[in-house]
Design a protein around this ligand. Structure first.
Ligand code: C2E
Ligand code: MG
Ligand code: MG
Length: 338
């Protein structure tokens, strides 16, 4: 990093936190089965009046080095809670938000008490704020982390593993910690090759086997979205649906794209459906057939549709590409797939 920017950050971070120059941007998380927004990730930006926007990759490592990162994270949690409180008070549908915790938060302060006090101050139900932790923290400070993660979960907060697969992945971490959701690092989709598709498919299958929800980061195309939906990855996040933006801009962007907000009462229902393993037909394939596979449609080649029948109406909740093709080719369900 240029020395000047480093000096600027160290000289001005106090002012930035005091005068609201640190702002929370929001990036939507989309439910693959419904294409509705089911959450947002809170991402910090520093809007400096004199030099403009500073991105987290510039100021977070420095704040970590100086032992100040917990102050930033508390600031973001406070802004997120204020935002949620205003949605609830105004009678809008509140959108759950995930916030990032730094590995140093766990030693610099009692992060559970800091976060929980802020959530209490704003009277936010605990299932509207999720905490993301990167996997490397877990391996480094296992015993400390086990206790704190349990504290959060016992209090009704979800803990998500961020950037899974990005650096020193340890599957043991998955064995030892109870996570609610696995965020697959965007590097899994780059390049979007047969090999990477197979790895993502395996990770999603494994996550379902051990009862952890799945979210893929860095989705930039409809093709990636369709692939992830077909293999049963429950949620996606990426530039295809929206870059991190101020909250009102993020909402306007979703409206423009025709994406609706998931109703609060539907969340548990969709979360439960999300644990269904659409890949469960794969074990019936021979080794040779498995080797010959190359596309998402082939990787999940058994036509599958999930529908609900309720109050005399029939609603399709999920179908894969194989089902859609079968329906088209056979002329079945013409009224469903127009
Ligand atoms: P992360 O938590 O893995 O956040 C996702 C990052 O990926 C964000 O970058 C986001 O803008 C970027 N991203 C999302 N979708 C796409 C996509 O489709 N394509 C590409 N190329 N990039 C995409 P951002 O906002 O620059 O954040 C970088 C990292 O900074 C975050 O990674 C997170 O670890 C950290 N961070 C951000 N805000 C905070 C914070 O308040 N506290 C702490 N401790 N860390 C934070
Ligand atoms: Mg994150
Ligand atoms: Mg991430």
């Amino acid at each position: 990093m240029e020395r000047n920017l480093e000096e600027y950050i160290l000289q001005n971070y106090k002012r930035a936190m005091e005068y609201n120059e640190i702002q929370t941007f929001y990036q939507p998380v989309i439910r693959t089965s419904s294409r509705q927004v089911c959450g947002m990730e809170a991402l910090a930006r520093w809007i400096a009046p004199d030099i403009g926007m500073i991105y987290p990759d510039k100021f977070i490592p420095l704040l970590e080095k100086e032992g100040l990162i917990h102050l930033l994270d508390a600031t973001v949690i406070r802004q997120v809670c204020a935002r949620l409180r205003s949605s609830i008070t105004n009678g809008e549908t509140p959108i759950p938000v995930s916030v990032n915790l730094s590995r140093l938060d766990f030693t610099l302060c009692d992060i559970f008490t800091v976060a929980d006090n802020i959530v209490s101050d704003y009277q936010i139900p605990h299932d509207f704020i999720y905490f993301e932790i990167t996997e490397s923290v877990m391996a480094e400070q296992k015993d400390l982390m086990l206790g704190i993660v349990e504290q959060f979960r016992t209090a009704g907060y979800q803990i998500w593993m961020d950037d899974f697969g990005s650096a020193y992945s340890s599957l043991n971490v998955l064995k030892e910690f109870s996570f609610d959701e696995l965020k697959l690092d965007m590097s899994f989709l780059r390049p979007f090759s047969l090999r990477s598709k197979r790895i993502v498919t395996g990770v999603v299958r494994m996550a379902k086997d051990i009862n952890i929800h799945t979210l893929a980061e860095g989705v930039e195309t409809e093709e990636q979205f369709a692939f992830l939906r077909d293999i049963g990855c429950e949620k996606v996040q990426g530039y295809y649906f929206g870059k991190p933006m101020p909250f009102d801009d993020a909402l306007a962007n979703l409206r423009k794209k025709g994406i609706q907000i998931e109703a609060t009462q539907d969340r548990k229902y969709y979360d439960d459906i999300g644990m269904i393993n659409y890949l469960s037909a794969v074990p019936f394939m021979t080794h040779e057939e498995h080797e010959a596979l190359s596309t998402a449609r082939q990787l999940n080649s058994i036509p599958l549709m999930l529908a609900e029948f309720c109050n005399d109406s029939f609603k399709v909740l999920f179908y894969n590409t194989a089902f859609e093709e079968m329906a088209h080719n056979s002329g079945m369900f013409n009224n469903v797939f127009t």
